[in-house]
Design a protein around this ligand. Structure first.
Ligand code: FES
Ligand SMILES: [Fe+2]
Length: 354
């Protein structure tokens, strides 16, 4: 029976389902129910008593109540509406009004991989999971020299807008003119692109270090320094970036800075943005607190622009006057192409072609 679903008005998705996406940070998934919309799908997450994470559809097959409104009974989930209970395989083990299990009542269970700091979930075609690249391992995550700060922003914008944002750093001199004050990202970097990824690389020679970089390194702001910067579109779900600070006199690397951007679509106009910044210098609690504060200031500046752009897309058709692109948009253009390629593979895969 149609109870007034508005699904017909949904905008066509621009993300692949056959892809591993970040569902949350490891340390936020505990032995308690978390309900979260990911990829237009209600997802229930909880950590089981053996320490592994379970993900299943956050919708009771009885009358569609979110299971996250219920409670955990051991490792089983009891719906908060009429008490139907589901084990970790999604099978109904008890209907309280009958006192019996109900075989036809099942909840879809999703594959999960935990690679701290992230919990990854796969909502795509189970038959095709082996054909999809596994979640990326962050090189610094197992390196004890690195310390990190992290957070999540719930951004009212399509996830691709953020991916493009972090692939074109020429916005720094404008959006972040009063926060990061890093003003030398002025020209387009070089790019290498393969079937799944694209990576920019940019070298800075004797460029005065902004205080954001210099202070935690113990260097006087404005000191000429070399930087090797890079950033990768790893998958539709993940981008990584880094800066190595190199002393010009002896080419010694004085610090490594790593940024991780995991963007998971909630729906066409919203994303969960999980960010992590790690570095092997300036790791005292005070310095990390300052890093978190400065980072958030900058990310809120990005968020304001992206939300305004999403509003523009939603309310004002761009067809008559398409966007123009310049060389600095290479990363963004490649990002769109790579996502289209992921989507095309999915169509091919799902139609059974090879
Ligand atoms: S809606 Fe879940 S038990 Fe009825
Ligand atoms: Fe930015």
């Amino acid at each position: 029976m149609d109870l007034g679903s508005s699904a017909q008005t949904k905008v066509e998705r621009n993300y692949p389902l056959n892809c591993w996406w970040v569902a949350g940070f490891s340390d936020e998934i505990v032995h308690d129910l978390v309900g979260r919309w990911l990829l237009d799908t209600p997802v229930l997450l909880y950590r089981k008593s053996d320490g592994t994470v379970s993900a299943m559809e956050d919708r009771c097959p009885h009358r569609a109540a979110p299971l996250s409104m219920g409670r955990l009974v051991g490792d089983s989930v009891q719906c908060g509406y009429h008490g139907f209970t589901f084990n970790q395989d999604g099978q109904c083990t008890l209907v309280p009004s009958t006192g019996r299990p109900l075989a036809m009542a099942k909840v879809r269970v999703f594959p999960v991989i935990e690679n701290p700091p992230f919990v990854w979930v796969y909502l795509g075609d189970p038959e095709k999971i082996a054909e999809v690249p596994l979640p990326h391992q962050l090189d610094w995550a197992q390196d004890h020299r690195f310390s990190s700060v992290k957070g999540r922003l719930d951004v009212s914008a399509n996830y691709i807008l953020l991916k493009e944002n972090v692939l074109d750093l020429t916005h720094f001199g404008f959006v972040h003119a009063n926060s990061f004050k890093i003003t030398d990202f002025v020209s387009s970097p070089s790019f290498e692109t393969d079937a799944w990824t694209t990576t920019y690389r940019q070298s800075f020679k004797n460029s005065p270090l902004a205080a954001f970089y210099a202070d935690p390194l113990g260097i006087e702001p404005g000191t000429p320094f070399d930087r090797e910067a890079w950033g990768s579109f790893v998958s539709p779900a993940l981008q990584t970036a880094g800066v190595d600070f190199v002393r010009p006199s002896d080419r010694k690397t004085m610090g490594q800075f790593r940024v991780t951007h995991a963007t998971t679509p909630v729906d066409h106009g919203k994303m969960l943005y999980f960010w992590v910044i790690a570095r092997d210098y300036g790791t005292s609690p005070e310095q990390l607190a300052a890093l978190e504060k400065a980072t958030l200031t900058g990310f809120y500046e990005d968020e304001a622009v992206l939300v305004a752009i999403q509003n523009m897309h939603d309310r004002y058709a761009l067809d008559a006057q398409p966007e123009v692109s310049v060389k600095a948009d290479t990363g963004g253009v490649q990002c769109r192409r790579l996502i289209e390629r992921w989507m095309a593979r999915e169509t091919t895969i799902q139609s059974g072609e090879t």
